[in-house]
Design a protein around this ligand. Structure first.
Ligand code: GLC
Ligand code: CA
Length: 553
């Protein structure tokens, strides 16, 4: 739909459905067991049929893959494992041809330790301009052999790594890495750093990308003087669920006011290009009023509302997360950005209880996010209803596993290569079942895109129907929203003439009068036509763990 056809002439991204491709795991185009850009290009017709508006590609840049590509050694080139710049251009051209926008990841908090800048910094001496692009400090203690402060790495262990001495007066400095040691943090107060990122943004914008997802955008400004953290918070972080960077209290390393100046630079660059280029921020900021600052009119266009991702499958938690997210961003006039999963958190089916129960709830939750006002992100494989995979120790690759001394298994379970076809591994992800970069499970034959395409009650068809209906229903694309009264355990809201009812309680709840357009599972009165479409709502009721969209009179 063009801007003029959209209900309120808002930009495309304000109500877009984005699909996150984790390139290593999405589709393998050259049969080496690793996903790549040729694979993405080959699956564009699948994505078109799914009905998404835009892609977000996680990093495919030159990288030693110490953190799955979020350790970028050359942000302006494609890693040979993923293909070439020509493959990227061909994929982008085909996507645009199909009307699919393409956004890519920008990782501004750190580079890979293999980046030429960091290699030059290691070769240079303390106080040099090469070291000033990163956060090098002298250590504490008599020989400088204690880290400069008590910060822990998000992946476990200390956030400082000591480098070799460069001469008799240099005992060996330490550099900061909030994530893995292979991801040295950049110093954004050094003007060379924002200038380099402006160059990187322009490189991709010039190639034609429609926007960016900005990694850890709440972390790029460090607190003045790098003060110690509260030890109690450090203890709390050690127990933290992997992936989520949200803390209840204030983690002084994140959400410092300095970040906003850098966001204004990003926005200035985006707005200097035609065609509504955009940026979405990955900002784990629990305080809503502070999160709203990320999407002020001259800053990022969108910022993920992670509160819903963190909510349990529960009507009260959903109600609070939705209300608070909407209220916060309404003040700055920015749309919400709903997301239930990404490559950092357990898959929705697993978080909501696993198995048939988790799947029913994940399908239901998808009909919630897809009917809320704002933009929505879908993580690859969620449209197939995939669960996390329990992987053997030997297969684990996430740095979290080693750095947490084998306490946290990390994020590989949600990154297993997608099943496309057939009944046995590798399910059309290349042809060698031993070659996939993470082992696939038995039993995924029922969850392949091919099998689900043939089954009108599948999760794939639920997503296709929901996306098609959303695109064709102005009320769902606009901003009008109103809570409706709902029985205990349930949640109900109205978007124009569409009512949405979610039942997270233990008993069936009555549905409002009207036509059931879509339901996430069978209604008490049965499925009706495929996936519940066209069932008369009056008189029927909504079972536990089900969501329905109803056109009211
Ligand atoms: C973000 C990414 C995550 C990565 C981290 C460090 O949180 O989503 O995958 O490990 O940043 O770049
Ligand atoms: Ca490949």
């Amino acid at each position: 739909m063009s801007a003029s056809e959209r209900p309120d002439a808002s930009p495309w991204w304000a109500s877009a459905v984005f699909y996150q491709v984790y390139p290593r795991s999405f589709a393998d185009g050259n049969d080496d067991g690793i996903g790549d850009l040729i694979g993405v290009r080959a699956k564009l017709p699948y994505l078109k049929a799914l009905g998404i508006d835009a892609l977000w590609l996680s990093p495919f840049y030159v990288s030693p893959l110490a953190d799955g590509g979020y350790d970028v050694a050359d942000p302006c080139d494609v890693d040979p494992m993923f293909g070439t710049l020509a493959d990227f251009d061909a994929m982008l051209a085909d996507a645009h041809e199909l009307g699919i926008r393409v956004t890519v990841d920008i990782v501004p908090n750190h580079f890979s330790d293999q980046h030429r800048w960091f290699q030059a910094a290691l070769a240079a001496t303390p106080g040099s301009p090469e070291r000033a692009r990163f956060i090098f400090r002298d250590g504490c203690g008599p020989n400088g052999d204690q880290p400069p402060n008590n910060w822990p790495s998000i992946f476990g262990g200390p956030a400082w790594h000591r480098v070799a001495s460069t001469g008799p007066d240099d005992p060996g400095q330490w550099y900061l890495h909030i994530f893995a040691p292979e991801q040295p943090d950049l110093d954004w107060t050094n003007p060379e750093v924002p200038a380099e990122f402006e160059r990187i943004l322009r490189f991709w914008l010039d190639r034609g990308v429609d926007g960016f997802r900005i990694d850890v955008t709440h972390g790029i400004a460090k607190p003045e003087g790098l003060p110690d953290m509260d030890p109690a918070l450090i203890e709390q972080l050690a127990k933290h669920e992997h992936g989520s960077l949200m803390t209840a209290g204030k983690d002084l390393r994140f959400d410092n006011d300095g970040v906003h100046e850098y966001h204004r630079m990003f926005r200035r660059v985006l707005d200097s290009y035609p065609g509504e280029r955009m940026a979405v921020g990955e900002a784990w900021v629990p305080d809503h009023e502070r999160l709203a600052r990320y999407v002020r009119p001259d800053e990022l266009n969108l910022t993920f509302n992670f509160e819903l991702l963190e909510a349990k499958w529960d009507d009260v938690e959903f109600h609070e997360a939705i209300t608070r997210s909407m209220a916060a961003l309404a003040d700055v006039g920015a749309p919400c950005t709903w997301v239930l999963a990404n490559h950092d958190v357990d898959r929705v089916v697993s978080r909501y209880g696993g198995g048939a129960l988790g799947l029913a709830r994940a399908r239901a939750a998808a009909l919630v996010t897809l009917s809320l006002p704002g933009a929505v992100y879908v993580y690859n494989g969620d449209e197939l209803g995939l669960s996390n995979v329990g992987l053997p120790d030997w297969a684990l690759q996430d740095p979290t596993w080693e750095r947490s001394e084998h306490k946290d298994r990390g994020r590989d379970g949600e990154r297993v290569p997608l099943p496309w076809s057939g009944t046995a591994r590798p399910y059309g992800f290349g042809s060698d079942p031993q070659a996939t970069w993470l082992p696939q499970p038995e039993g995924w034959g029922l969850f392949t895109a091919e099998a689900e395409d043939a089954d009108p009650t599948s999760t794939l068809w639920l997503y296709r129907r929901a996306l098609a209906m959303r695109a064709a229903t102005p009320a769902l694309l606009g901003s009008s929203f109103e809570w409706l009264d709902a029985p205990e355990g349930a949640l109900a809201y109205r978007r124009g003439d569409i009512a949405v009812v979610m039942n997270a309680g233990p008993v069936d709840v009555p549905l409002p009068a009207g036509e059931v357009l879509l339901s996430s599972g069978p209604l008490a009165a049965g499925w009706g036509t495929p996936a519940g479409a066209g069932v008369a709502g009056g008189g029927s009721s909504l079972p536990t763990d089900t969501v329905a969209w109803i056109r009211t009179a």
